[in-house]
Design a protein around this ligand. Structure first.
Ligand SMILES: Cc1cc2nc3c(=O)[nH]c(=O)nc-3n(C[C@H](O)[C@H](O)[C@H](O)COP(=O)(O)OP(=O)(O)OC[C@H]3O[C@@H](n4cnc5c(N)ncnc54)[C@H](O)[C@@H]3O)c2cc1C
Length: 369
């Protein structure tokens, strides 16, 4: 397993649980604060036999949407399954610990610098010359991974969202159980504010054109609206690989998961749920292949298409239209009377973009008749 983030540690846990020998390789000596809002659909609980609540900082009951910090729409999540906020460093450490308890061996720091197939085995070498061999390898080293391109996994043309984010260790004016999205301030994207116990994650994401140049100016407007100094906090910039078409995510004894596999939602940058789903599905597929119950790892690529890709195909279309005409998108997509309920269902992971698109198409057909 290359990378002990959300995706890698999930796959390591499920494989180790199934009795497979797992080496979890992580380049950083300790778990760092990652640029991540930490918003996570509570539906992910279904994929773990242990309770994830210990790492949930806040349960979101209300989502406030705005256009240039005005024209507010509130989605009440109280009736549906909740949306959680986690501190990424805590989630990652928690999942790593579960993987170790299930029998996985953690190697850190272990920065993979070479990956080669030598006869039937994968040879993995670290930057400082350590070597390991494995029958199967899982690529889980995030958005900068060189391996998917090298081994023909995932999209040839990678698409990125540009992000700038900041973690503040005081709460400001954000109310308890409330998160915020603003769509008017950023070109082709949105800003978010997600509460933590005693803190807040704030950020800017751009989905068309990778232009981070005005993020600083945007943050300087958002921070005071939440009770902070415009220059407060240390900003982190990063590029996030987003979903860009259906592609094979497996080869012979190799699988790409999480951001390395370009699974992140191209509309809302939701990457934790696909990281966890892909970790579970990769483990299942590898287990069946190693035990001789399957001839190859193709069940992984087809499961990811069915469980995630089909919805993302619509997410990509929606993003292309919404972020090109965001004002119209806000009026028609967010301010519709039924929109808050639908948004709540998307955030909590209970419906996908495919269902939203089908509803819109049906409405359009009936209106025309
Ligand atoms: C600013 C920002 C905000 C976001 N907010 C949200 C959000 O609110 N909700 C949400 O669902 N998603 C969010 N995302 C997306 C989410 O953070 C990612 O999709 C998620 O981190 C993917 O997990 P991963 O395990 O695939 O990758 P990562 O978390 O990046 O883990 C990869 C791991 O591999 C390690 N690694 C890298 N190279 C090597 C190497 N050569 N050898 C060994 N180890 C290596 C890294 O150190 C790291 O620990 C956000 C992303 C950004 C950038």
């Amino acid at each position: 397993m290359i990378g002990a983030g959300a995706a890698g540690s999930t796959a390591a846990f499920h494989l180790a649980e199934a009795g497979i020998k797992v080496s979890l390789l992580e380049k950083n000596a300790s778990t760092l604060i990652k640029p991540c809002g930490g918003g996570m659909a509570s539906a992910v609980q279904d994929w773990f036999p242990f309770d994830l609540k210990p790492v949930v900082d806040e349960v979101i009951q209300k989502v406030e949407f705005s256009w240039c910090l005005e024209d507010q729409v509130i989605a009440d999540l109280q009736d549906s399954t909740p949306f959680w906020i986690v501190r990424r460093e805590r989630l990652d450490s928690f999942l790593i610990e579960k993987a170790i308890n299930a029998g996985a061996e953690l190697f850190r720091p272990f920065e993979v610098s070479s990956l080669k197939k030598v006869e039937r085995y994968w040879r993995i070498t670290s930057k400082d010359g350590k070597e390991l061999e494995a029958k199967a390898v899982v690529i889980a080293d995030g958005s900068n991974s060189p391996w998917p391109k090298a081994f023909g996994l995932g999209p040839k043309a990678q698409h990125h969202a540009a992000t700038t984010s900041v973690r503040l260790e005081r709460r400001g004016t954000l109310k308890e159980g409330t998160s915020r999205f603003d769509f008017g301030l950023v070109h082709h994207g949105f800003t978010w504010a997600f509460p933590l116990s005693g803190g807040v994650n704030i950020g800017v994401g751009t989905f068309i054109g990778n232009n981070q140049s005005d993020s600083q100016t945007v943050l300087e407007k958002v921070l005071p609206s939440l009770g902070f100094d415009p220059k407060e906090g240390e900003k982190q910039e990063s590029l996030l690989r987003v979903w860009n078409g259906h592609h094979s995510l497996h080869g012979e004894g190799i699988i790409a998961i999480g951001d390395a596999a370009s699974l992140c939602d191209p509309f809302l940058a939701e990457g934790l749920r696909p990281a966890l789903i892909s970790g579970c599905e990769a483990a299942l597929s590898i287990k069946n292949w190693l035990k001789g119950d399957a001839n190859d790892l193709s069940s992984y690529s087809s499961a990811m298409k069915r469980r995630w890709g089909n919805s993302m195909a619509w997410g990509k279309r929606i993003a292309q239209v919404f972020y090109r005409f965001p004002k119209v998108g806000y009026q028609l997509g967010v301010k519709r009377p039924t929109a808050p309920k639908r948004i709540a269902q998307i955030l909590s992971g209970r419906i996908g973009y495919e269902e939203i698109a089908q509803r819109v198409i049906k409405r359009f057909i009936f209106q025309k008749q």
